[in-house]
Design a protein around this ligand. Structure first.
Ligand code: SF4
Ligand code: SF4
Length: 325
């Protein structure tokens, strides 16, 4: 990894905690050459028009992700409903063919509430930690979390209403998520209760899918209404501590999205579909510091940008292995 990319790696961690991305101070000679070539290049403009005219809408990664998410959550429901004991419990704590799996954020909340390290939780937490380090941290969000799925639909309604100029997206300070993370941790410590678990839409939806609906679903509905009419994807962007915890887990993950500068037209289709557009600051004209730039740990590896890019400039990669189809 070049010195520039190493610096960017640490910068991306700060960005995950809420810092806003800024223009790079230094760009490698190879990337500078491409930026220079693109400036006012007529051939490139013609190429861009051609690519856009022939671009086919793709939902490849979205479909793969939705199928995975639905199957994972269905497996919980079926295991309970049919008593087949493949995946018992709910997303917060479960057992997969005998292996204990404990959600990292839930385990942290429980230990803070009890004020000591609970050995029984460590094995299940360790398994989950290894799993999500390997798979990409926030991959949990877009590939497993049931709230992500319903929030994607609420987002579609929000965007439809925004196009009709009936709503506008009220953006908030992204540092709020870090503040909420600390508040929920302190609340667990101070009250002895896992306060966050009672309002976590992830847990509420997971339990509702397995054990049947309850009144807590009204809270999830209220969040979705807020996101449709007031602020796009507000919960995941500005509040959810699970997202931040898994973001930290994904810092060293080998599964990532990689951006290639040379084919990019800088039209920002990827940023329009992204839940966390701050991780895609590198696609803005003149910002890429290298010819290939890995996307930061706050990325949920949802693949929407890969589907949206008309030139294939964004792709999934497993570090040290190869590009995923
Ligand atoms: S940020 Fe939270 S609610 Fe949103 S997808 Fe991730 S875990 Fe689910
Ligand atoms: S960068 Fe791409 S893969 Fe990552 S969250 Fe944004 S749209 Fe999804």
């Amino acid at each position: 990894m070049s010195a520039l990319l190493k610096r960017r790696f640490f910068e991306q961690i700060k960005i995950m905690f809420g810092r806003e991305p800024s223009k790079p101070k230094e760009i490698s000679p190879a990337a500078q050459e491409i930026h220079f070539y693109k400036k006012g290049n007529r051939d490139l403009i013609a190429e861009k028009r051609h690519a856009r005219a022939h671009a086919q809408p793709k939902n490849t990664w979205r479909n793969r992700r939705w199928i995975t998410l639905i199957c994972a959550n269905l497996l919980f429901s079926l295991s309970f409903g049919l008593d087949i004991q493949i995946l018992e419990g709910a997303l917060t704590a479960s057992r997969f063919v005998g292996f204990h799996l404990i959600d990292l954020n839930s385990a942290l909340q429980v230990m803070l509430a009890h004020k000591h390290i609970i050995n029984n939780l460590l094995i299940g937490t360790g398994t989950v930690l290894v799993l999500w380090v390997l798979l990409g941290g926030r991959t949990f969000c877009s590939w497993v979390c049931p709230y992500h799925f319903v929030a994607e639909w609420a987002e579609k309604i929000h965007l439809f209403l925004a196009r009709k100029k009936l709503v506008t997206d009220q953006t908030m300070d992204r540092r709020l998520r870090t503040v909420f993370w600390a508040i929920f941790a302190l609340l667990a410590l101070a009250t002895g209760y896992t306060v966050y678990e009672s309002i976590s839409p992830t847990g509420i939806l997971s339990r509702a899918l397995i054990y049947g609906p309850g009144l807590a679903l009204l809270w999830v509905l209220a969040l979705l209404v807020f996101e449709v009419f007031f602020s796009r994807r507000a919960w995941c962007r500005y509040a959810c501590p699970i997202g931040l915890t898994y973001g930290v887990v994904g810092i060293i993950s080998p599964v990532r999205i990689v951006y290639k500068l040379d084919g990019c037209f800088h039209e920002g289709d990827c940023r329009k579909v992204c839940l966390v557009p701050h991780v895609l600051d590198t696609v803005i004209k003149g910002r890429a510091i290298e010819t290939e730039v890995p996307i930061g740990p706050d990325c949920t590896r949802c693949g929407l940008c890969v589907d949206a890019c008309p030139t294939g400039s964004l792709s999934f990669e497993v570090k040290g292995l190869s590009k995923l189809a």
